[in-house]
Design a protein around this ligand. Sequence first.
Ligand code: ADP
Ligand code: MG
Length: 150
Amino acid sequence: MKRYLPDEQAMADFGVQLAQAVDSGGVIYLLGDLGMGKTTLSRGILRGCGHAGSVKSPTYTLVEPYDTPAGLVYHFDLYRLADPEELEYLGARDYFTDDALCLVEWPEKGEGMLPRPDLEIRLALSGLGRELTLAAHTPMGQRIIDKLNK
Ligand code: ADP
Ligand code: MG
């Protein structure tokens, strides 16, 4: 599934729709270069989960937890992870529970130490906006895509 999002507001709004298409929990990989809108999309998803406060980019903390009305959300940014093994020391395993929604920026940096995603979202430049490509890896991920296409 592909979706063209012309600006930052459209990206945030799509995040809200995405959050509403998620039943409970799951793992979403956000792939794309610096500046492609991964954090913007994550903010929208958190907003869609009912989180009203601010959303910090977890570039330095690697993960930020949010206790939202829709359930627990963990927002990862693994850009600064030097070695996937570091995830072990961070206790990352404890974050990937069935009922938590895990958003992972730069999952490539955690290769081998992360659970497989339900949904993979690639973000790329397209004109002045961004083109998103969504791919499901589990039935749960497919259900999310089906709902977004309704
Ligand atoms: P990343 O987390 O991938 O590094 P950010 O979410 O921090 O990227 O966004 C980088 C910039 O891209 C921000 O200035 C944001 O306003 C802009 N941006 C986000 N989505 C879009 C879009 N769909 N079209 C144009 N600009 C966007
Ligand atoms: Mg980011």
